[in-house]
Design a binder for this molecule. Structure first.
Ligand code: HEM
Length: 398
């Protein structure tokens, strides 16, 4: 079988399940050539993805960041100021500061606001019409939620979404900008974040930006550069991913009308269903680490400096962990999927994304009496983002 984990065209029909199953069975630690000349190890088994995610000492996120395409040195320096690109001891104190805004109490307080935003987005569809579900419904919600957490003025939300979309869609010619435009977007975004931070310094505000800019983290205040990078990560991380979860999750329900009906009638079953949507749709295919010393995975020698990829979208279908993994089972429990990663970098917005998806479906079922697919959806061309760019549906408000 021809295996190419890198080529973004290999993902044009979604997760290449046949190739990934072959990898799990025949080459669970697989050497993938990268077009730039180097290569990287691909871990496709759940147990290996878990073990490497746990071992942040041997497998660094900071050394080479988390993507297989190496970053230019100046961008790498910026990326190392994101939580995702930090190793201990730098990572822990900052994570502990940010996580105070993502506790279950904070999220419960936020839920009515998320519901209000969801209703506003849905109210734009007031008569039966054909829309791209990704753009019209799932698209604006995650940006609106994080912008309201950061108390970003409303007239900037569309701009934040444009900047953010540019960061994640680089390999799709329909969505991405030129490398210059993408870099420009991150500079503009960072500058804007810093401007907000300056305005909120010592103003006594209670939003996430005020918290981060006014709080000392282990005896030092965040620098201009550190804050700008963190701001970018917070606004980008939950955008394409949550949009993907909601639209791909809805698509799976449309393929199985009996499940759609069951959840509409029993919305209390949504939390478990959302977990299965996460396993199945896995909005991020992978993240990367870099070995800090010689190591071994499943008997394969890994040399210091080697790039190692954690293939979440293969781990989620590992037959050794999930019974009948190719069955979309909304009652699956336990469901130890890896869609949010694992270990010290475990997605900080995981419970926020879960809540957004649950609220979205609850509100959707209440507001719309019908949704019908009009054509096959089209995947984003990417080896890292798993989601649709186009999902044409006919919506009929109740
Ligand atoms: C369905 C939606 C989402 C998915 C699939 C997702 C996935 C992930 C994954 C795989 C990681 C890395 C884990 C690792 O390296 O071990 C991560 C980290 C992170 N995510 Fe999410 N994410 C989602 C939504 C969000 C949201 C809504 C936010 C909001 C702020 C967010 C913020 C972050 C941050 C800050 C990190 C870095 C945490 C750290 O390094 O300590 N994510 N996410």
């Amino acid at each position: 079988m021809e295996i190419d984990v890198y080529n973004p065209d290999n993902y044009s029909a979604g997760i290449p399940h046949e190739q990934f199953a072959w990898l799990r069975g025949n080459a669970p630690v697989y050497w993938q050539q990268h077009p730039a000349g180097h290569g990287y190890w691909v871990l496709s088994k759940h147990a290996d993805v878990l073990a490497v995610s746990r071992d942040s000492k041997t497998f660094s996120a900071e050394k080479g960041f988390v993507m297989v395409d190496d970053l230019p040195p100046d961008i790498l320096e910026m990326a190392r100021n994101q939580l995702l690109g930090m190793d201990p001891p730098k990572h822990g104190p900052l994570r502990r500061a940010v996580i105070t805004r993502f506790t279950s109490r904070m999220l419960a307080e936020l839920e009515p606001q998320v519901r209000r935003i969801t209703r506003e987005v849905m109210a734009q569809i007031s008569s039966p019409q054909e829309v791209n579900f990704v753009e019209s419904l799932a698209g604006d919600l995650p940006t609106a939620v994080i912008c309201s957490m950061l108390e970003i003025p409303r007239d900037m939300w569309a701009q934040i979404r444009r900047w953010s979309d540019l960061q994640t869609s680089g390999s799709d010619p329909d969505l991405g900008g030129t490398p210059e435009e993408i870099n420009q977007a991150s500079v503009e975004m960072g500058t804007y974040g810093f401007q907000l931070a300056t305005e909120r310094k010592d103003q006594g505000g209670n939003d996430l930006i005020s918290l981060l800019i006014n709080q000392e983290v282990e005896g030092h205040q965040l620098s201009e550069m550190e804050f700008a990078s963190l701001f970018i990560q917070l606004t980008v991380a939950g955008n394409e991913t949550t949009r993907g979860l909601i639209s791909s999750g809805m698509f799976e329900l449309l393929k199985r009308p009996e499940l759609y009906q069951r959840l509409k009638e029993n919305p209390e079953q949504l939390p478990l269903a959302v977990e299965e949507m996460l396993r199945w749709t896995c909005p991020l295919h992978y993240f990367r680490r870099t070995a800090t010393c010689d190591a071994e995975v499943r008997g394969q020698k890994i040399r210091e400096g080697d790039r190692v990829v954690l293939l979440y979208s293969s781990a989620n279908f590992d037959e050794e962990v999930f019974a009948d993994p190719m069955k979309f089972d909304i009652t699956r429990s336990p469901n130890p999927h890896m869609a949010f990663g694992y270990g010290i970098h475990l997605c900080l917005g995981a419970n926020l994304a879960r809540m957004e998806a649950r609220v979205f479906f609850e509100e959707f079922f209440a507001r719309f009496k019908g949704i019908e697919p009009c054509a096959d959806p089209v995947f984003i061309r990417s080896n890292s983002i798993h989601g649709f760019k186009d999902m044409p549906v006919l919506l009929s408000p109740a």
